[in-house]
Design a protein around this ligand. Structure first.
Ligand code: CP
Ligand code: NVA
Length: 308
């Protein structure tokens, strides 16, 4: 079972595999835009099981629509409507589900849970968000950066806000693909390189002042102050993060042609001002759409490998 290719963290693909997936995403997106059929999962029919233990709009729609467009099918499971919510062991769920489908996508809490599932799965498992990582999102974000600005190698990405699953994944991507993340978080919400799984501390720099983190950045990005599963900390976080709102002043500190990204859903007036997210530097709608194209390319790679 160890030879199965899973996508549990960003670094589960190496740099050359990432480059391949970005190329395929561009090809698959062109087909979609031209309204041309591209159905590598039609014969034999491939099935994706999607397991959601947390809410989702983009991840659900992008995987489900993407799978159908490629000629495959999906099965949608949540904690509430499956035995997962009645304490069936994750290992047993993995053994059973992976005997009936070709691919599994999971959105859950601890990374250890998705790792246990993958260890007992006969088919590839994709991380659709855990407390620690959100690799499909960063795959789409970097694909979006490449579309707008070319290679991300050597560039500066400013991360303003929580040292969360998105921040951890940006750090992994920076180490793998050779760019730098300027991180600014409030005290107590810092990134942890061990948790993020990065060895090279040169892939990121820490700034107390978020405006300094944005200085000279090619891309400014942020996320909600309170991630799913941390709602009990909402009030404390509102106070701690008050200065970590990406506004026009912060964008002015970045390069004149800097892009703004946000994985969404966003809270205007909290982590980002309406002027920025709805302004000319924002590419958040491309970013959201590209979840589907990037994940179609990822699923194609995990199921079919490199195509000639
Ligand atoms: N960005 C993202 O993963 O969105 P959803 O929570 O809507 O899936
Ligand atoms: N950091 C956020 C991302 C949501 C897509 C969360 O985990 O809730």
């Amino acid at each position: 079972m160890s030879s199965i290719k899973h996508y549990l963290q960003f670094k589960d693909l190496d740099a050359s595999e990432c480059a391949y997936v970005f190329e395929r995403a561009a090809f698959i997106k062109r087909k979609f835009k031209a309204v041309e059929k591209y159905q590598p999962f039609a014969d034999p029919d491939r099935t994706l099981a999607m397991i959601f233990e947390k809410a989702s709009t983009r991840t659900r729609v992008s995987f489900e629509a993407g799978m159908y467009q490629m000629g495959g099918s999906v099965v949608h499971l949540t904690t509430g409507d499956s035995q997962l919510g009645r304490a069936e062991p994750i290992e047993d769920s993995a053994r059973v589900i992976s005997r009936m489908v070709d691919l599994v996508m999971i959105r859950t809490y601890e990374q250890s849970k998705i790792e246990s599932f993958a260890a007992h799965s006969r088919v590839p498992v994709i991380n659709g968000l855990t407390n620690e990582f959100h690799p499909c999102q960063i795959l789409a974000d970097i694909f979006t950066f490449i579309e707008h600005r070319g290679s991300i190698k050597g560039k500066v990405v400013a991360w303003v806000g929580d040292g969360n699953n998105m921040a951890n994944t940006w750090l992994q991507a920076a180490e793998l693909l050779g760019f730098t993340v300027h991180v600014s978080t409030p005290g107590g919400y810092e990134v942890d390189p061990v948790l993020a799984g990065v060895k090279d501390r040169g892939c990121y720099k820490v700034f107390k002042d978020p405006r300094e983190a944005c200085a000279g950045a090619d891309l400014v990005t942020t996320d909600v102050w309170t991630s799913m599963g941390f709602e009990a900390e909402n009030e404390a976080r509102r106070k701690a993060f008050a200065q970590w709102c990406v506004d026009e002043n912060m964008m002015r500190a970045a390069k004149a042609d800097a892009l703004f990204m946000h994985c969404l859903p966003a809270h205007r007036g909290e982590e980002v001002s309406a002027e920025v997210i709805d302004g000319p530097q924002s590419v958040v709608w491309d970013e959201a759409e590209n979840r589907m194209h990037a994940q179609k390319a990822l699923m194609e790679y995990l199921l079919l490998g490199r195509l000639a």
